[in-house]
Design a protein. Structure first.
Length: 391
């Protein structure tokens, strides 16, 4: 028996009206077969752990890039490593190079409001969905990690866009980081602090050695001072920061003075500042750069961080603290954070929900400083986005 174009409930009279496209479309949609919803790249990435299951190394990343045609070989790169301030430095270098008329790809991590923040082309967010889709099949075959996938997507997007240069922020460390695959002309070290000591080593020098291992013999290495210059013998060393790195690449002074604003990096909003400082060095870096004021702090910190040392730095920003808890499973419970914070702050309250905690912070007194964890900033940003959609 031949199957009908229409579902069986369509009456003979309606059959005679099949020339009416409007009604045909309406009837066809009512009897269409259910479809299987494909998992988006964001859902796919969100379902992954950010940590490699089999330890850190470059073999899988190199194999993935080989399957993709080694896109990282299509352009020179500036590699940004360090403990804090890497994203801001990366985008500052990007903006300086754009002012020179270069086409620039840049990749930063982690993101705050959404994954698309991580891949940039000529100063704007790239089409993240397309970039990741381009590498997805090869990545799935190799069981690549979350960070390997996004890094490969960025490097491939840069090659497709035929950029003149890529500015690439390292993820963790340097030597075995997935970004250590570049044609590096310049390495920029922002600073060195004690973090990820289980992976990078338990001294500042050991950590600096792992980060600076990304510098090839012919690279220019830009350092904040000469403390770790002995770790890169034979390289040309310059002392400075993002501007020095950009000028080292182009070979002359750059006159532009870009103002860089990134989500979660000294991000200024009405009556508040948001910053993802998540270790003692980051907290110190933040407090030293805050506009003067008596802040109310809204804070969540991961349980595996040095909470006391962070709060000791943050107390210089204000006397009031609202303890909350981000969605991360590693987040310290708000009441535990509050118990520690009472040794450093005059007034401490517990508000478990981050959005409610932020509202309470504004009630206690502006300016408000939201900090301690990028997960906290992400939770707030995502809820604000959902609220905007509902409106």
């Amino acid at each position: 028996m031949r199957s009908s174009t229409y579902c069986s409930s369509v009456s003979p009279s309606l059959r005679r009206l099949e020339a009416s496209s409007k009604r045909l479309k309406k009837r066809s949609s009512s009897c269409s077969r259910p479809t299987i919803r494909l998992v988006t790249v964001v859902e796919w990435l969100d379902a992954m752990s950010p940590w490699p299951r089999d330890g850190f190394g470059l073999d899988r990343m190199q194999a993935l890039l080989a399957r993709l045609g080694d896109p990282q070989d299509a352009y020179p790169a500036i590699h940004v490593v360090g403990t804090n301030g890497k994203s801001t430095a990366t985008v500052t270098v990007e903006q300086l190079l754009l002012s020179e008329g270069l086409s620039v790809g840049a990749t930063i991590s982690p993101h705050v409001a959404g994954w698309s923040e991580r891949i940039r082309l000529d100063g704007a967010e790239a089409d993240f969905e397309s970039a990741v889709t381009r590498v997805r099949t090869a990545a799935e075959r190799l069981d690549a990690t979350q960070f390997e996938i996004v890094t490969a997507a960025a490097l491939t997007a840069f090659a497709h866009a035929r950029v003149d240069v890529a500015v690439v922020e390292a993820g963790l460390g340097g030597r075995f980081d997935a970004t250590n695959v570049l044609q590096t002309r310049v390495v920029l070290l922002t600073n060195v602090g004690l973090e990820h000591t289980d992976v990078l080593g338990d001294t500042l020098e050991a950590i600096a050695r792992e980060k600076l291992a990304v510098a090839p013999p012919d690279a220019i290495v830009v350092l904040p001072d000469d403390t770790y210059a002995h770790l890169v013998p034979g390289r040309e060393i310059r002392i400075g920061g993002a501007r020095t790195a950009a000028e080292a690449f182009v070979g002359h002074m750059i006159v532009a003075t870009p103002v860089v604003s990134l989500p979660g990096r000294l991000e200024q909003r009405d009556g508040e500042i948001r910053d993802g400082a998540h270790n003692p060095d980051g907290a110190r870096f933040l407090v030293e750069r805050l506009p003067a004021g008596d802040y109310t702090l809204v804070v969540s910190i991961l349980a595996d961080k040095n909470v006391d040392a962070m709060l000791r730095e943050l107390r210089r920003a204000g006397r009031r603290l609202v303890a909350t808890r981000s969605s991360s499973s590693r987040s310290l419970p708000a009441d535990d954070l509050a118990a520690i914070a009472r040794a450093y702050f005059d007034h401490v309250e517990i508000v478990d929900d981050p959005i409610d905690a932020l509202a309470r912070g504004h009630e206690l007194g502006e300016l408000v400083l939201v900090t301690g964890s990028l997960y906290l900033l992400g939770d707030i940003a995502q809820e604000e986005r959902r609220a905007a959609w509902r409106d």
